[in-house]
Design a protein around this ligand. Structure first.
Ligand SMILES: Cc1ncc(COP(=O)(O)O)c(C=O)c1O
Length: 507
């Protein structure tokens, strides 16, 4: 008899729901707004010449429309062990904290004396990140992890230019398993990329690193643990080797959850690091959009930080412009301030001990999961010979399942959704292992939730051996069945606005 918990039945409602624009009936109203004499408020040159093309719908129709759309999606109803991007519950209280007038009604250009409370929160969060990393200063401007890596690329160039070495130092060294944004942003900033391969223990050899270093090395961009959950224990020697070659070291701390309160980037010798407020610090995920890749650096790089920064000034808080040597803004003001407030709420609620404990829980839960997942037929682990434990996540492969049944990772994802499980993340490109997947338990899911997730995967893998077509034709219980898939890669088909939809579909 299986020792897994029973699976719950689930079926999403199906509605043939039109687009909001298609529901429009001329003259129908959801709200009546007061007529304002715009002459005094908006300069003539900035005023619309024609009314915006908005759908005309009554309030109850709008409500029912969005209710039906939400019923068709699983939303947060599923258990989401997304992986490689720590997904956390976003406390409702923090939403309130960020939505209050002390944030929503502030304008960054208003006098600092009139927003001391907000500035204090920014400063306090920076103080906490300094304590967690050992860095000297933080900017919250970058709007995500990739943006923080881009900030580092710009700072790297500015630093070497200030030392008269920018023309020579043109190479960024990274590993094949670093997140693609590391080489991509460095290349976007004009650098050449040197990519190190992995050894059978899961990380590149220090000999390979040394062979890659030269007087052309500008910096090392590395994440550790990487997106397979492997921690490179030689990282201190890596940093020393890069510094000896005259390069800078940037720590992509997207996977900080596995080491929170255990190590500090500056203690390992790094010159800079970034934390994902939208992952590790309990803020909703929104890569590249309403997110924050908090970028921290040592005193050596602080003169290049984007401004403005918040500083303590006697008993109050002041806004400092960027230094003359700053790389300039990468985003507006202090970045996505709502996310900064939510992260501050998380840090304040957790405290230093709570943060370290969360890391312990996430590592323990991952290893609990790993033991159970590796007992499922068809599931193997990347780098099976790697000694020691993975940290907060593990990279698995469904390659064996595929070879034996023809059922691939995407099919398994689709079928798991039939039991109320949000799709897991497979792996960032390039895929080193066939049909990879990387669930991440984090610290917030209960053991019951984790057991349920494992039970669903075990059921689906078993089904793949018994009835592969059932899995390959999934999902069966969703509002929308199996998609052809290719449309998503075809810009001629998809449309993100009504105007684009009409243009592409001849509306
Ligand atoms: C290791 C690592 N670095 C950087 C990023 C990019 O972060 P963002 O999506 O916030 O741009 C990710 C995202 O998955 C990541 O896993």
């Amino acid at each position: 008899m299986s020792n897994h918990p029973p699976l719950r039945r689930y079926h999403a409602p199906v509605w043939d729901e039109p687009l909001a624009m298609e529901m429009s009936v001329a003259g129908r109203r959801g709200q009546h707004y007061p007529i304002v004499d715009a002459d005094d408020l908006v300069p003539a040159a900035m005023r619309r010449q024609a009314p915006p093309e908005l759908p005309e719908i009554s309030e109850p129709d709008v409500l029912r429309h969005y209710l039906r759309l939400s019923q068709q999606t699983m939303g947060m109803m599923g258990i989401s062990l997304f992986g490689t991007c720590t997904m956390k519950y976003n406390p409702r209280l923090h939403e309130k904290l960020a939505a209050g007038p002390h944030v929503a009604e502030m304008h960054p250009e208003q006098h600092p004396d009139t927003m001391q409370g907000l500035l204090e929160c920014v400063w306090r969060l920076e103080d906490a990140l300094k304590a967690l990393s050992g860095m000297a200063r933080f900017s919250f401007q970058p709007a995500g992890g990739a943006d923080a890596a881009y900030t580092q690329a710009c700072i790297t160039r500015a630093y070497h230019a200030a030392h008269g070495d920018a023309d020579r130092r043109t190479q960024i060294v990274t590993s094949i398993q670093s997140h693609p944004c590391n080489p991509a942003t460095a290349a976007a900033a004009g650098f050449d990329i040197v990519t190190l391969p992995l050894e059978s223990n899961g990380y590149p050899s220090i000999q390979a690193l040394r062979a890659a270093l030269s007087d052309r090395t500008a910096a090392l961009f590395i994440n550790n643990p990487d997106d397979m959950g492997v921690y490179n224990p030689e990282i201190r020697d890596w940093v020393d080797a890069v510094h000896a070659a005259g390069g800078l070291c940037f720590y992509d701390h997207a996977n900080f959850n596995g080491v929170m309160g255990k190590i500090r980037a500056a203690d390992l010798g790094f010159d800079a690091c970034m934390f994902m407020l939208h992952k590790t610090f309990g803020v909703p995920k929104g890569g590249g959009g309403p997110a924050v890749g908090a970028y921290g650096c040592t005193e050596k790089l602080a003169p290049f930080l984007p401004g403005p920064l918040v500083a303590k000034d006697g008993n109050g808080f002041a806004v400092e412009p960027g230094a003359a040597s700053s790389i300039g803004r990468v985003r507006e003001y202090w970045g996505n301030i709502h996310q900064v407030m939510k992260a501050y709420g998380w840090v304040a609620a957790m405290g230093a001990e709570g943060i370290a404990e969360a890391s312990d829980i996430s590592v323990a839960l991952n290893n609990y999961m790993e033991k159970k997942l590796l007992a499922i037929r068809g599931v193997t682990r990347s780098h099976p010979d790697q000694p020691g434990w993975r940290l907060e996540m593990t990279r698995y492969s469904l390659g064996q399942l595929y070879e034996e049944t023809g059922v691939g990772g995407g099919d398994v994802q689709n079928r798991m959704a039939d039991f109320g499980i949000d799709a897991f993340w497979m792996a960032h490109e390039p895929w080193i292992f066939p049909h990879p997947f990387t669930p991440e338990a984090g610290e917030m899911w209960s053991r019951e939730d984790i057991d349920y997730w494992i039970a669903v995967l075990a059921h689906v893998c078993d089904e793949a051996y018994r009835d592969p077509d059932m899995v390959k034709s999934a999902p069966h219980n969703q509002a929308v069945g199996k998609l052809a898939g290719d449309d998503l890669d075809d810009p001629a088909v998809w449309a993100t606005t009504w105007a684009a939809w009409q243009r592409k579909h001849g509306g």
